[in-house]
Design a protein around this ligand. Structure first.
Ligand code: SAH
Length: 396
């Protein structure tokens, strides 16, 4: 019997717009006893074809659509073609002097739940859906074909994976074990530390590449405060841009140690930076009480809004740190502020930042809007793929 998912009446709208997620609530019943990773046909209550996708019995996202064409079958060859097309999309970034590049960005490349990052000669894959778990071998085989000289490592240890009912899987798939820290060239000028085995995500935040490079243009002779610094990328670019001093702040001791090593690795002046292990909220309050002022304040916090239920609290969190950020920014200086919460769209984010400026009794001018770098592709039918937005606000 063909495996088919039948929707409740009127629940086909998002699929008609080619959004790839079918939520459990939209489903009336499944026929043919589909198991995790099985390809199912999804039809409307009236029996009209909507898509083919992979079934995931434990997840709220019960089906991830893989094709909207009725005559297209979901085969390992189709997935391999998409892997290859994704890698090709990034060739420009590589030729611009970037050795750390996101080759596959999940829904952004029509491969829902699959990330692949390249760090020099290491490929790191992270699978967080039943859909891509089912095609794991095809994905790896294609990557090995495209990058025969690269080692392949797996970091399938995301929270999303748990929700899909999949066990964690980390380790070497092919070739060498990654070193504790390696460095990738960014924008041809800076080498960014990456910890593939134990770092966040697959080892680095490649999505901020363009904004880090931009930060260097605001840094000449500046006193810089780099909040949520992780392994210090913004700080390295600030030093490269001529910063007088950089205060790097993060909670993670390990990240700060890597940030420190990164300064030496880039032959930058360690005398011009501090590495401060602190809670950013607390640190900002203390600095504000002391009347400290910086020319450039960078706020790149982790995702505050994990769900609709936590959105309000998250907005308050963003407003609080941005108010403190404004208080610490000199007149004429810049606040470079980000949110990676997909639920906080660019308009809402700008409103929060505007409210924060009011709270801090300052006026600001948005000099530019920033966003995730272009290897973190955005799929038009899946707006959630545009998650990282930022503003460069000049304080006047
Ligand atoms: N700006 C970084 C990426 C930041 S990721 C880059 O360009 O690479 C977010 C960082 O915030 C993580 O390193 C995490 O350890 C840190 N973090 C999370 N909550 C924190 C808090 N309350 N205070 C300080 N650091 C925090």
């Amino acid at each position: 019997m063909q495996k088919t998912v039948i929707l409740n009446p009127g629940r086909e709208k998002s699929l008609l717009r080619r959004h790839p997620w079918v939520f459990s609530k939209a489903i009336a019943r499944a026929e043919g006893d589909p198991q995790g990773g099985d390809i199912v046909k999804v039809v409307s209550a009236e029996g009209k074809f909507l898509c083919r996708g992979a079934y995931s019995p434990a997840s709220q996202i019960r089906v991830r659509a893989l094709s909207f064409a009725e005559d297209e079958q979901i085969t390992p060859e189709l997935i391999a073609q998409r892997v290859s097309a994704s890698c090709k999309r990034r060739e420009g970034l590589v030729s611009e002097g970037n050795d750390g590049v996101r080759l596959i960005a999940s829904e952004g490349d029509f491969l829902p739940g699959l990330i692949c990052d390249r760090y020099n000669d290491f490929l790191v894959i992270s699978i967080s859906s039943q859909a891509m778990e089912a095609f794991r071998h095809a994905v790896i085989a294609e990557l090995e074909k495209l990058f025969p000289d690269c080692s392949v490592y797996e970091r399938s240890d995301t929270k999303a994976r748990e929700k899909e009912g999949l066990e964690k899987r980390c380790g070497v798939i092919k070739g060498d074990e990654p070193p504790d820290t390696l460095y990738v060239k960014e924008g041809a000028l800076i080498r960014i530390p990456v910890d593939i085995k134990n770092g966040h995500k697959t080892g680095a935040y490649l999505d901020q590449r363009a904004s880090r490079i931009y930060a260097s243009t605001l840094s000449n002779d500046a006193r810089v405060l780099n909040c949520f610094c992780y392994t210090g990328g913004f700080g390295l670019w600030a030093l490269k841009g001529g910063a007088q001093s950089v205060d790097n702040v993060d909670l993670s001791r390990q990240a700060l140690d890597e940030a420190k090593a990164g300064v030496a690795e880039n032959h930058l002046d360690p005398g011009r930076c501090r590495f401060i292990r602190a809670d950013v909220f607390k640190f900002l309050r203390e600095q504000a009480e002391k009347g400290e002022q910086y020319d450039l304040v960078i706020l790149d916090p982790p995702k505050f809004a994990e769900s609709q239920a936590s959105l309000k609290r998250a907005c308050r969190g963003y407003q609080d740190i941005n108010r403190l950020g404004f208080e610490l920014t000199k007149a004429g200086g810049h606040l470079l502020t980000f949110s990676c919460s997909g639920l906080v769209g660019p308009e809402l984010f700008q409103k929060i930042v505007a409210d924060a400026a009011l709270d801090a009794h300052v006026s600001g001018i948005v000099r530019t809007a920033l966003r995730q770098d272009r290897d973190h592709t955005v799929s038009l039918p899946c707006p959630e793929t545009f998650y990282l937005k930022g503003l460069d606000v000049e304080v006047v």
